[in-house]
Ligand binder design. Structure first.
Ligand SMILES: [Fe+2]
Length: 429
């Protein structure tokens, strides 16, 4: 047996002590490293969370701008596209859909999506209560689906390849009313959604639902308002038996001219609407003046001349009629500046108003009125040509003459065809 001296024993003891200290130090260090790693992870996590919340805030601001501050009809689609883009971005995926309940069919339909084919978008329709989105809409509660293959609630499309099996569907809810569902799929095999994702998407869906509802309410109100004004305009039209149907015919001519002139779709819509209500201001003109069969006195004529202004005053306060009101206000201006109300000249008069002026005047010329006899079409066309550059915008007259010419040729061709057919028939018989 090896015998150690006292000094050696001391050295061995010190060595063992040092090794023990080293082991304790290493363990402590490892533990500290773990803590640091955990802290780093927690810091990264909270950074991501703060970042997500930051994103959410800017998304809400955007929704607010579209859906609350100045909602417009066209904004609903824009808003839905934005919601799906934000929802998928938030959960770091490129696959999702936004479904809304169609009020007339009571079925859920995809109104905006990402990563889905046109075919799927068109064909996916489900009743409230059906499938996952249907259940979410019915119950108003979110569903987190870990594996769509194993979930019997999931309505699969055989032609869709789902990369990941994780799926979240949250209701679009305002108080207790559910208007649809927001669905998000993970597009990565190894990315599974978690409770935090569910919470985030729920917060987004709540704000999105309010913005959607706001635009829908605005659209409903707008349709109701338009309906009321149209009814009112028709009532004015019907009040005078000699002008009955005048508005519809003026609208038809005005839209045809605007299309012939290749005006933008939005402007054509405004022209159509302005034509339908161009004489709405006559509601403020006394019946005995409006329906007077004979010649008007000077003061009566002055009263009649106020109708474009009264019309504009009715329409202008309504935000979505802002672009329609000037067409009503200026529909009696003349190209040469001798019209009323403001004596605008040439292109100072909005193009829509110049078109309505031609359509309105032509319709009046070929109609029998108490104060003027019905003109033949030929005489009315001659009048249009004579007044081109005076009362009427020459470009508008040219476009209208092209339409009338086309129609006359079509009519002649039909007459010739009919005549040909009847001749053939006579020969056979
Ligand atoms: Fe008028």
């Amino acid at each position: 047996m090896i015998a150690f001296s006292y000094t050696e024993w001391v050295l061995i003891y010190i060595l063992i002590l040092l090794v023990a200290i080293l082991i304790v130090f290493m363990m402590e260090r490892h533990h500290n490293m773990e803590i640091i790693r955990d802290l780093d992870e927690a810091r990264d996590d909270s950074k991501k969370y703060i970042n997500d919340l930051d994103n959410l805030l800017s998304m809400f601001t955007h929704f607010q701008e579209i859906g609350m501050t100045h909602p417009k009809t066209d904004d609903l689609q824009k808003l839905c596209d934005l919601i799906i883009e934000y929802a998928t971005d938030l959960l770091d995926t490129k696959m999702g859909s936004l479904m809304l309940v169609n009020k007339s069919t009571n079925m859920l339909e995809i109104v905006a999506s990402r990563g889905l084919s046109e075919d799927i978008i068109r064909s996916t329709k489900m009743y409230v209560g059906e499938g996952i989105a249907g259940r979410v809409t019915q119950d108003g509660k979110p569903i987190y689906c870990e594996d769509i293959d194993k979930d019997v609630r999931f309505m699969r499309h055989s032609n869709v390849q789902y990369t990941s099996k994780t799926f979240i569907s949250v209701p679009l809810k305002i108080k207790n009313k559910v208007i649809g569902a927001l669905n998000v799929n993970s597009d990565k095999k190894d990315r599974k959604f978690n409770q935090r994702d569910l919470r985030l998407i729920n917060i987004l869906a709540d704000q999105a639902a309010i913005a959607i509802e706001n635009i829908q309410l605005y659209n409903d109100m707008k349709e109701m308002y338009i309906g009321t004004i149209e009814t009112l305009a028709k009532a004015i039209d019907a009040k005078d038996p000699t002008t009955r149907g005048h508005t519809d015919r003026v609208t038809k001519y005005a839209v045809e001219i605007a299309q012939e002139m290749n005006l933008p779709e939005k402007l054509i819509r405004n022209i159509k609407f302005a034509s339908l209500i161009h004489d709405i201001g006559k509601i403020g003109v006394k019946d005995d003046v409006l329906l007077k069969p004979g010649k008007l006195t000077e003061s009566e004529y002055e009263d009649i001349k106020k109708h474009p202004l009264i019309g504009e005053q009715i329409l202008a306060p309504v935000e979505f009629l802002t672009n329609v009101a000037p067409l009503v206000l200026y529909h009696h201006e003349r190209y040469d500046g001798n019209g009323y109300l403001e004596g605008l000249k040439g292109e100072e008069i909005p193009i829509g108003a110049r078109i309505i002026n031609v359509a309105d005047s032509f319709e009046a010329m070929i109609s029998d009125r108490p104060y003027s006899k019905e003109m033949s079409r030929e005489a009315a066309v001659k009048e249009l040509k004579d007044e081109s550059g005076k009362q009427f915008d020459p470009k508008v007259v040219e476009a209208f003459l092209r339409i009338l010419d086309k129609k006359a040729r079509q009519k002649n061709k039909k007459l010739e065809d009919d005549y040909g057919k009847s001749e053939k028939k006579d020969k056979v018989s």
